[in-house]
Design a protein. Structure first.
Length: 390
C-alpha cells in the first residue's frame, strides 16, 4: 500500500525523521490561508499523488505569497498530473501539501528496501539526490552505495558511519545521520514496510538534515497487523480494476503497453513481463491468476484485457498444476470473448495439467489462439502481432 508524502512524513516523524513541516489543503482558498499560517517566506506547494517525478511535471511549485499559493493550488487541484511514473492516464490531484521552504547545501538520496537476491533489508544511498536516480546510476552519473542490514533489527556500531563517509557526509553530521537511519530501520521493521525512500534528504548549513520528499510503501499482506495504517489507504489513488480483480482472485496491475499478459503464478507472470520487454514489446499489464480462481474469475480477467482498446494482442503463458489446470483458463478466455464480442490475437504457451483439454476448449469456443512451443518464441510472436496491429 502506497502512502502519500504527507502521511509518510507524519508517521516517520514519530521515528525521529526531521522534515520542514507543512499542512494539507484541498481547495485553493485553503492553500492561500495556510501559506500565512506556515509563516515562511518561501513555501513549496506539492501535489499529493502516488507517483514520483512530480517536479518535472509541474507538481511542485515554490511560492512566496498567499496569492501565489492559491494560484499554484488552483493549477493542480482537480487536474490530472502526468509524470514518468503515472503513465499517460495520469493521476487526478485531490490535495496539495504546503511545506516550509528551506535553504540547503546539498541533497542526498537514501532508501530502505528488501533486497530480492539476499532477502535482507538493504540501505541504499547516493551523494546526490534528485529525480531519475536509477537511470542516472545506470548511466554512471552517480554511484549508489549499498549496506546490508540483515533483518533490520540491529546494526554494527561502525557500519552506518562508514556508509555515511561513502556518500560524503561530514564527520560532524554522522551522529545525526546514524540516528535517522536507526529510526528508519525501526519504522521499516515495526510497520512492515517494503520501501522507505527519502529523496532528497537535504543537508543544511549547520550540518543537520531535513527530509524534503518521502515515499513509503507498506506490505499489503501485513496490513491486518496495522489497522490504523490500513485506514490511511487513499481509494482514489487505487485503480478500481485492480481492486475488482482481487475479488476475482486475480493479481492485476495496469501498464501502458499494447500487449495483454496472462499467467498463472506471480513468478511466471513477472518472467512473462521480462520476456516481452526483452523482445522489444510493451506490456499492457501484469496478471497472475491465483490457484483458487475458477473459469468465471478468469473470464473477468480476460474481460479487462478485451475491454482495453490500447491492447493489440494477448500473451497467455500457462503451466497447469494440480489446482489450476490449463483448461480452466482456456474456458475463461472463451467466456470472455463471447461476453465482450471482441477478439484479439492470442499467443499461448501451454504446458502441464490438462493442456490438451485446453486446446479443445479453444477450438470449441472459436478462440483465435496461436500456440508456440516455448516462452521465447511466444514472446517474439506476440510482439510482432502487436506491432502489426498498432
Amino acid at each position: 500500500m502506497n502512502l502519500h508524502e504527507f502521511q509518510a512524513k507524519e508517521i516517520l516523524a514519530g521515528y525521529g525523521l526531521p522534515s520542514p513541516g507543512g499542512k494539507v489543503a484541498i481547495t485553493p482558498d485553503q492553500a492561500g490561508a495556510l501559506f500565512g499560517e506556515l509563516g515562511a517566506p518561501t513555501v513549496a506547494v506539492k501535489a499529493q499523488v502516488h507517483a514520483g517525478a512530480r517536479g518535472k511535471a509541474g507538481g511542485i511549485q515554490l511560492v512566496h505569497s498567499a496569492e501565489e499559493a492559491k494560484a499554484a493550488a488552483a493549477k493542480m487541484l482537480g487536474k490530472k498530473l502526468v509524470t514518468g511514473q503515472t503513465g499517460v492516464r495520469g493521476r487526478v490531484v485531490k490535495r496539495v501539501y504546503l511545506e516550509v521552504g528551506i535553504e540547503r547545501v546539498r541533497d542526498l538520496h537514501i532508501a530502505l528496501l528488501i533486497d530480492g537476491t539476499t532477502g535482507q533489508v538493504m540501505l541504499l544511498g547516493s551523494a546526490q539526490g534528485g529525480e531519475d536516480i536509477e537511470e542516472r546510476a545506470e548511466l554512471g552519473q552517480l554511484k549508489l552505495e549499498r549496506l546490508g542490514l540483515g533483518d533490520g533489527r540491529t546494526r554494527r556500531a561502525d557500519e552506518v558511519a562508514a556508509f555515511a563517509h561513502r556518500i560524503r557526509i561530514d564527520s560532524g553530521s554522522i551522529p545525526a545521520f546514524e540516528a535517522i537511519i536507526d529510526g528508519l530501520r525501526r519504522a521499516f521493521v515495526e510497520l512492515d514496510a517494503s520501501l522507505i525512500e527519502i529523496n532528497p534528504l537535504a543537508i543544511l548549513r549547520d550540518g543537520s538534515f531535513q527530509a524534503l520528499d518521502v515515499k513509503m510503501v507498506l506490505d499489503d499482506n501485513a496490513l491486518f497487523r496495522h489497522p490504523d495504517l490500513a485506514a490511511l489507504r487513499d481509494e482514489d489513488e487505487v485503480d478500481q480494476r485492480e481492486v475488482e480483480a482481487q475479488r476475482h482472485r486475480l493479481n492485476y496491475v495496469s501498464m501502458d503497453g499494447n500487449i495483454g499478459l496472462v499467467a498463472n503464478g506471480a513468478g511466471l507472470g513477472l518472467a512473462t513481463v521480462d520476456l516481452v520487454c526483452a523482445a522489444k514489446g510493451r506490456p499492457g499489464n501484469f496478471m497472475d491468476i491465483r490457484t483458487t480462481a475458477n473459469s468465471l474469475d478468469v473470464a473477468y480477467g480476460f474481460g479487462l484485457l478485451l475491454d482495453n482498446p490500447a491492447l493489440k494482442a494477448i500473451f497467455l503463458n500457462v503451466h497447469g498444476g494440480g489446482m489450476q489446470p490449463c483448461d480452466t483458463i482456456a474456458e475463461g478466455l472463451g467466456i470472455a470473448m463471447r461476453r465482450t464480442g471482441r477478439s484479439l490475437p492470442v499467443v499461448a504457451r501451454l504446458a502441464g495439467n490438462n493442456a490438451e483439454f485446453a486446446r479443445a476448449r479453444f477450438i470449441n469456443f472459436g478462440c483465435p489462439v496461436i500456440e508456440c512451443p516455448d516462452m521465447w518464441s511466444a514472446a517474439t510472436r506476440v510482439v510482432a502481432l502487436a506491432q502489426k496491429g498498432a
